[in-house]
Design a protein around this ligand. Sequence first.
Ligand code: 5IU
Length: 364
Amino acid sequence: DTRAMSFSKRANLPNTHPLAAFLLHLIVIKRTNLCLSADVTTTSALLNIAEEVGDSICMLKTHVDIISDFGEKTVRGLRDIARRKRFLVFEDRKFGDIGSTVQKQYTAGPFSIVRWAAITNAHIFPGPAIVTALKAAAADAIAAFNRSVETEISVGTPRPSSDEDDGSFDGSSEGVSNDGDTTKLPLRKRSIVAATTIESSTESTTLERGALDEATAQAENDREKALEALGSPPLARGLLLLAEMSSEGNLLTGAYTQKCIDIARDHNDFVIGFIAQHDLNSKPGDNFITCTPGISLPPPGQEGQKVSGDGLGQQYNTPHKAIVQEGCDVVIVGRGILSAKDRAAEAERYRREAWKAYEERVGA
Ligand code: 5IU
């Protein structure tokens, strides 16, 4: 039963996707199961909020199609902050088309999401091919990236390490100057290991498992050391399936949600979890991460008050209800944090509440 299980234990279950294992370890070390929903419309607003709340989150959720000046600056800026503050980037793209189209939407166009977002999500109403198509596109993109790294290493021009160290990549050779250090071969090896894991799931993390366990165990005392031991995210991509929504009258219920679980089980080498309003792990072996939007807290000093919605269909629950009663793992918060006067302090308040709720659930 994953509800009563600690995140560290879940990270080490067999068949845990390397990216999921990384995220679970990160959550434990940073003591945060909070995801910020950064629904802002400019690059500078995005980078500012990422910088302000980065320490308090495990994941930052974007909607890149609302960023008016999206470009290389957005990608590089976000990558730098994510690497420094240690969080994963999740593009809330909600893919929902036939396989051939979503592959292009994932890898091409002005956004080329696969390059910079470790995690994205998809609806399953087009049928299971949406998952296999995105999985194949991710594997291709990673393989192409590895080939380019190999080529550059063999001709003695390794890519700057910053391009690989955070599990993001460019897919283009932009020839950024570097220190010319050709001894960085382990990068290539690591990348290749990671690429095979996207096909066959777990092999790569077992290698580092001992170190990771030690890292999470010592996180209590020395967070920085633990983060260092955790290292960079694997060069892998993961998908969340939209199993349930928070909005009033939505149609993602009953048999539809059940179908979503079936598809996730069939593809747990790529599907790392769900966007859902409650924990959907029910069979032995299920270890999906439940990420839950529609979360808010009453303002400080008004604890008894209920925040019910936004007048546009959104419905809210508290972190406590989502995590303890419904068994959700990661809470996704947008306006609750974005509209606060002190956004860093408000993110910390959400982080504390969500983490306390998790500890209550697992009896820590
Ligand atoms: N979001 C939801 N509910 C859902 C799904 C996605 O709110 O069921 I699927 C997104 C929309 C928005 C964020 O980007 O999560 C929630 O923002 P607020 O916390 O500001 O309501």
